[in-house]
Design a binder for this molecule. Structure first.
Ligand SMILES: NC(=O)c1ccc[n+]([C@@H]2O[C@H](COP(=O)([O-])OP(=O)(O)OC[C@H]3O[C@@H](n4cnc5c(N)ncnc54)[C@H](O)[C@@H]3O)[C@@H](O)[C@H]2O)c1
Length: 272
């Protein structure tokens, strides 16, 4: 029997990386999954992977910053499968850049995609789960636990996710709702987000700033596995599936007494 048999999950950012892995693992373990993203081609691939493995899923185009779309996605999930009892707020971007050159527009976009979305998703899920209960899992980062040069807005967005998660968890428990809320804090995971973010560093930052930021990577700033050598005791980047298995635990009833906590999966990065 699957670890989330009979449950209904919404996973955002499911066209790539950690979100795709989470959708696949949850479906493999018995959940029916609504996979959402702005990337419709990527969603098709995710759906094909789930279906090929015998799982059940549907897809919906969703920009997680669009307030009205959240209600529609919950309604589409209810129509397809029933009321959701798992939400993985995973969609995210990393807009890198030095603070002195960073625009307010980039700051606001960073916060909208990574943080506003988590508020909107949590609110929609709490409304949908108020009767039947559920588990909300918010993707933060080790960048939500400590600072890093060149990604200050990303750090701020993920720090906000960490503390919003705790407040939401306490509020759910205090209101007597059977809804648990936890945050997941990956270290360096081998997904396309690195390519997107670091390409932007090299496009927008001064050459001397880029070399200061990438000195520890031996110049190979685009490869998360090389970056991981700089500070990850396990000496490699994580795989999306290794984060997905933690998400599975938090989604399942195995974590029934766990709420409001930050769960780090980083190969030891923050241990030293
Ligand atoms: N990869 C890492 O090293 C790492 C580390 C810590 C935290 N995280 C977090 O994990 C989450 C997943 O990242 P990933 O590494 O799998 O990245 P990824 O780039 O592979 O996937 C992110 C997905 O989010 C989608 N997305 C972006 N903006 C969106 C929007 N407005 N609406 C809907 N979907 C949108 C993208 O299309 C993409 O499919 C993010 O929140 C990220 O910040 C990643």
């Amino acid at each position: 029997m699957g670890q989330v048999n009979g449950k209904i999950a919404i996973v955002t950012g499911a066209a790539s990386g950690i979100g795709r892995a989470a959708a696949i693992v949850l479906a493999r373990e018995g959940a029916r999954v609504m996979a959402t993203d702005v990337d419709e081609a990527g969603l098709k691939e995710t759906l094909a992977l789930i279906t090929k493995a015998g799982g059940t899923a549907a897809t919906a185009r969703q920009d997680v910053t669009d307030e009205a779309r959240w209600d529609a996605v919950v309604a589409e999930t209810e129509a397809a499968f029933g009321a959701p009892n798992i939400l993985v707020n995973n969609a995210g971007i990393a807009i890198a850049g030095a603070i002195m050159d960073y625009s307010l527009a980039d700051w606001q976009k960073q916060m909208a995609v990574n943080t506003d979305s988590v508020f909107l998703g949590t609110r929609a899920a709490m409304r949908a789960m108020a009767k039947g209960g559920g588990s909300i899992i918010n993707l933060s980062s080790v960048a939500g636990l400590r600072g890093s040069a060149g990604v200050s807005a990303y750090c701020a967005s993920k720090g906000a996710v960490r503390l919003f998660t705790k407040a939401a968890a306490v509020e759910c428990a205090t209101l007597g709702l059977n809804i648990r809320v936890n945050s997941v804090h990956p270290g360096i995971i081998d997904t396309p987000i690195w390519q997107k973010s670091i390409t932007r560093i090299t496009e927008t930052m001064q050459p001397d700033q880029v070399s200061a930021l990438t000195a520890h990577t031996g110049g190979n700033a685009l490869d998360p596995n090389v970056i991981a050598l700089g500070g990850t005791p396990m000496g490699r980047a994580g795989k999306p599936e290794e984060v997905a298995l933690l998400i599975l635990y938090l989604a399942s009833d195995a974590s029934s007494f766990t709420t409001g906590q930050e769960h780090v999966v980083d190969g030891g990065l923050t241990a030293s």
